[in-house]
Design a protein around this ligand. Structure first.
Ligand SMILES: Cc1cc2nc3c(=O)[nH]c(=O)nc-3n(C[C@H](O)[C@H](O)[C@H](O)COP(=O)(O)OP(=O)(O)OC[C@H]3O[C@@H](n4cnc5c(N)ncnc54)[C@H](O)[C@@H]3O)c2cc1C
Length: 507
């Protein structure tokens, strides 16, 4: 990507209704919404132009929203009758979405925020599409072809076309078309206050401190996932050395400046989203690979640790219900790694991420031959685990990847609840994974308009938060596709309210 060099100083020395801090999905949605509601907006992005877009840029584009049937989906993306012939989208009701959020967070999600997220999700999806973002059916990712027909499971009917890269391209294009100034390599370093009100933001631009006056500031600058010191402090020992799946710019600076201004910390500060991630992936995300270092198809195989033991129920649920917490389980294993092992019966079900060139994979024709290839694993113990596992599979129950099929193991220390196939068909293949952190769950308390709430439950006038910075939604676990939806939802609310607040402040 190329950017024309511009002189930032006149942009930074102007006055704004709303300054948006961050350059990812939540920030761009906030900026577009504030502009739509009449505000004069500035966007500050810490990253340089080529790295703009935060974690949102790295996403595969899963986008969770409630819908009652295919006609709802057609309001978001055009689909012909022929395209729909062999696809059963079913529905994903608001109640199902709420149930997923409550169940996955062990009933800790903030009921008001969660309800707002869920009940406005369809409208938000339509609004995002109106900003120029294109969506398409997630065939092969959230629906498998069984008896000639794709059947969707677990929500997530539509994905963003081209993933995060296209999402960001569309949002940035629309912002630029509206003339919203965006400055790169310009991190916000602190909030400017007058009494309890936030009246602007301090930035660092080309080595100079600059103060920007604004009636409202929207913080949409991510969590602390990129900051090893904060990871160790809040998530615990070991997390400092986890690989980071996405941006290197989410250093927790937005959270720190908000806490200094008296914001209320909220949610699961010792929790995060993390996944199985290629053991040889670089320390931070690589935009040429995006999310493809992830390895999400473990429900169709087994996972073993250095002791050759299985350590979780791989088939407890669809991957979208377990992947975000199973990353953290790898961190607890000796050497902080695991191997995912499959046989040829399920190869066709594995997603594209298992076939990239930069994958740490071994293959063999027999279990005895693959055992010594699993670096770091006790081979004899591994073979014993597989033999016990194979013997425990209830193969009289039919295998079906589109439903929780109940084809479980019986009598193991850790049983596999669904999709339990004996590993008996060559070639066998295995993938070496470690923990990749996606984003942190701890954030700030916000109102239903995304206004930041202070330690004593009062609104901080002029301060808003969106995206990963909103606390209280996710605890321990997460439903895939909710991060982008949360960013769009609370970004949109923050932008609209901040624009009105700024108007009120001017009059
Ligand atoms: C590999 C990967 C795959 C994912 N896949 C999906 C998916 O398919 N679906 C889904 O819903 N979610 C997915 N997620 C999660 C999703 O990316 C996040 O939940 C969401 O994008 C967060 O949006 P955000 O705008 O809050 O943060 P980000 O997109 O991370 O944006 C934060 C922005 O703030 C900027 N910034 C940081 N500090 C400062 C500062 N001091 N001043 C100015 N700017 C600052 C950063 O540079 C960045 O631009 C994925 C994440 C990763 C890493």
């Amino acid at each position: 990507m190329m950017q024309i060099q511009i002189d930032k100083s006149h942009i930074l020395n102007a006055k704004y209704d709303v300054v948006v801090v961050g350059g990812g999905n939540a920030a761009l949605c906030a900026a577009l919404s504030a502009h739509e509601n009449g505000a004069r907006v500035l966007v500050l992005e810490a990253a340089p132009y080529d790295d703009r877009g935060g974690n949102s840029h790295y996403t595969g584009g899963a986008f969770r929203f409630a819908y009652s049937g295919v006609e709802d989906l057609r309001q978001i993306t055009p689909m012909t009758d022929e395209e729909l012939e062999n696809v059963d989208f079913g529905s994903y009701t608001e109640e199902q979405f709420l149930d997923d959020m409550f169940e996955l967070t062990e009933y800790r999600t903030d009921p008001n925020l969660c309800e707002l997220l869920v009940r406005s999700s369809f409208e938000t999806a339509k609004w995002v599409a109106k900003q120029g973002v294109k969506l398409h059916p997630g065939l092969g990712r959230q629906a498998y072809k069984v008896d000639g027909k794709f059947k969707f499971w677990g929500g997530l009917a539509l994905h963003i076309n081209g993933g995060g890269a296209e999402l960001l391209r569309a949002l940035y294009n629309t912002a630029e078309k509206h003339g919203i100034p965006i400055v790169y390599s310009t991190p916000a370093t602190d909030l400017i206050r007058s009494g309890n009100r936030v009246v602007g933001v301090r930035t660092l631009s080309e080595g100079r401190d600059i103060e920007i006056e604004a009636a409202a500031v929207i913080l949409a600058c991510g969590g602390f996932e990129s900051n090893p010191e904060m990871r160790a402090r809040y998530l615990g020992p070991g997390w400092d050395v986890a690989k980071v799946r996405g941006t290197r710019y989410n250093m927790g600076q937005g959270l720190q400046m908000a806490l200094r201004a008296g914001a209320q910390p909220y949610g699961n500060w010792s929790g995060c989203h993390s996944v199985a991630w290629d053991v040889n992936a670089p320390p931070f995300g690589d935009l040429t690979i995006g999310d493809q270092f992830q390895k999400h198809n473990y429900p169709f195989g087994i996972m073993v640790n250095a002791r050759g033991e299985r350590y979780v129920d791989e088939g407890a649920n669809f991957h979208s219900h377990t992947y975000a917490k199973y990353g953290g389980e790898i961190l607890k294993q000796p050497g902080m790694f695991a191997w995912q092992v499959f046989d040829a019966k399920v190869t066709h079900l594995l997603r594209g991420e298992y076939r990239i060139r930069r994958v740490t994979k071994v293959e063999a024709q027999t279990l005895e031959d693959i055992a010594p290839k699993l670096t770091g694993v006790d081979p004899a113990a591994f073979l014993q685990t597989v033999h016990e596992f194979n013997a425990a599979c209830q193969t009289d129950i039919p295998f079906n990847p589109n439903i929780r099929d109940g084809r479980s193991t019986k009598g193991l220390l850790i049983d596999k609840s669904n999709w339990a196939n004996p590993l008996d068909t060559a070639p066998f293949h295995a993938y070496h994974v470690t923990t990749g952190i996606t984003f942190t769950f701890g954030g700030l308390k916000v109102s239903e308009n995304s206004q930041v709430i202070d330690l004593y439950d009062q609104v901080v006038p002029g301060l808003y938060a969106a995206g990963e910075m909103v606390g209280g939604l996710f605890y321990s676990n997460y439903a895939s596709g909710t991060g982008l939806m949360s960013g769009a939802t609370f970004g949109r609310f923050a932008g609209a309210h901040a624009a009105t607040f700024a108007g009120a402040a001017v009059n």
